[in-house]
Design a protein around this ligand. Structure first.
Ligand SMILES: [Zn+2]
Length: 161
């Protein structure tokens, strides 16, 4: 079930929303940039919604577990996303007004966007991870190579997005 807010329920009061959204319900589609990431569980949310000056304000906590594959050593590792102070303000009237069906607003797209923003494009199991390749490679002779070439080689080794 998508997270929908009935605007009629918001007259002069706050609305509390708590529950879970599966990755399918969240319509989470990972692009090629996020190919190393897999959802490992549902999105858990605990949100408070209110309306003020024709703006829908929603804030609260989002939490979702992912499994990532290290971009250097390919080792899988847990990558939890925690957004304890997530917030969004959605204008209900005027030129910037969001789309809504009848009296309800579907929060799912905003949740999805911010979860996707939290995913790294180049996940690393550890920032000091040396990866598989560099450990097995015999370093080429260094005699005549200026150091600039080494940095280029390092760039080339980075996985391309
Ligand atoms: Zn690694």
């Amino acid at each position: 079930m998508a997270i929908k807010i009935q605007l009629d329920d918001l007259q002069d009061e706050q609305l509390h929303l708590e529950g879970e959204l599966t990755p399918a319900e969240l319509e989470l589609k990972l692009s090629e940039d996020e190919a190393l990431m897999q959802a490992a569980g549902p999105l858990a949310y605990a949100l408070t919604a209110s309306e003020s000056d024709d703006t829908l304000i929603v804030f609260g906590r989002l939490q979702m577990d992912f499994t990532a594959e290290c971009g250097r050593c390919l080792k899988p590792f847990d990558f939890p996303i925690n957004l304890p102070q997530w917030a969004v303000a959605l204008p209900l009237k005027g030129d910037d007004a969001i789309e809504f069906n009848g009296d309800s607003v579907d929060l799912t797209p905003w949740l999805r966007d911010d979860i996707l923003l939290g995913l790294p494009q180049h996940p690393l199991c550890d920032s000091a991870c040396e990866g598989l390749v560099s450990k097995q490679e015999t370093p080429p002779p260094t005699d005549d190579k200026p150091s600039e070439d080494w940095s280029k080689l390092d760039d080339w080794k980075q996985p391309k997005s």
